[in-house]
Design a protein around this ligand. Structure first.
Ligand code: NAI
Length: 249
């Protein structure tokens, strides 16, 4: 399992959760991996931490240039940095709408635009966007977050067709509820964390949260040469949440 030997990758939001699990897996499989994050200080070796805010175009362009220079190119981009928002369409103020879309959608746009020139020079270029179950199923109190990830899903397909002729594949993963520090914070803020966890687990047909490594393996597959004929797809890693209707006992 050394399919990324000689390859280099960027993982945004790679200092925590799904991004960190993905960065570690790509590195274990031979890639040189740079993590772009607001705070990359705790990122373990051999990952290269680069401080960058995906809402700041100057910060993104200089971080991507630094990585491309350091690694001598770029083959894989994982657009993972994202933030959450709870509420109905009227619950979040317009400032919050701008803030979340700026990270989850425009952040992806900024990093991709900065990375495309280097990806075009790769003979095995792949972009994997971290989308969500909320792009394909209506979940309560997630209007703004769903809008941001629905845009990521549509943009994934649009980018896939625009760049297929250049040899750049573009796919996304749609995780269900994943056991990451993000969900830990969400549970910590709940009135009854145990009841909230039980409700999240029950929502998934498998009866448990998705593990970070399970999402990382799907991302690594989509980024790898094994997926050379896979582009414009979304892979659900959601414990069956999107497609299955289990009989309640
Ligand atoms: P996390 O909160 O553990 O990690 C997110 C990372 O993104 C953090 O290291 C944070 O510093 C970084 N980040 C946030 N804003 C940034 C910015 N402006 N610039 C650069 N880095 C920034 O979150 P988690 O759970 O690992 O989520 C990662 C991705 O997976 C997100 O896009 C999220 O929407 C998506 N996702 C998560 C699910 C879950 O249940 N945890 C389910 C479905 C999708």
């Amino acid at each position: 399992m050394n399919e990324f030997a000689g390859r280099s990758a960027i993982v945004t939001g790679g200092a925590s959760g799904i991004g960190l699990a993905t960065a570690r897996l790509l590195a274990a499989r031979g890639a040189r991996v740079a993590v772009l994050d607001l705070d990359p200080t705790g990122v373990p070796d051999p990952l290269v931490g680069v401080r960058s805010d995906v809402t700041d175009n100057a910060s993104v362009t200089s971080a991507v240039a630094e990585v491309v220079e350091r690694f001598g190119g770029l083959d894989v981009l994982v657009n993972n940095a994202g933030i959450g928002a709870a509420g109905t369409v009227e619950a979040n103020g317009l400032d919050e709408w701008h803030r979340v879309l700026d990270v989850n959608l425009l952040g992806l746009v900024r990093v991709t635009r900065a990375a495309l020139p280097a990806l075009r020079r790769s003979d095995a270029a792949a972009i994997v966007n971290v989308c969500s179950i909320v792009a394909t199923a209506g979940l309560p109190d997630r209007a703004l977050y769903s809008a941001s990830k629905g845009a990521v899903l549509s943009l994934t397909r649009a980018m896939a067709v625009d760049h297929v002729g250049e040899g750049i594949r573009v796919n996304c993963v749609n995780p269900g509820t994943v056991d990451t520090p993000w969900i830990g914070r969400l549970l910590g803020a709940a009135d009854d964390p145990a009841a909230e966890l039980a409700a999240l687990q029950a929502r998934q047909p498998t009866g448990r949260l998705v593990a970070m490594d399970e999402v990382a393996h799907a991302i690594a597959y989509l980024a790898s040469p094994h997926a050379a004929s896979v582009t414009g797809t979304d892979v659900a890693v959601d414990g069956g949440m999107y497609g299955l209707r289990v009989r309640q006992r």
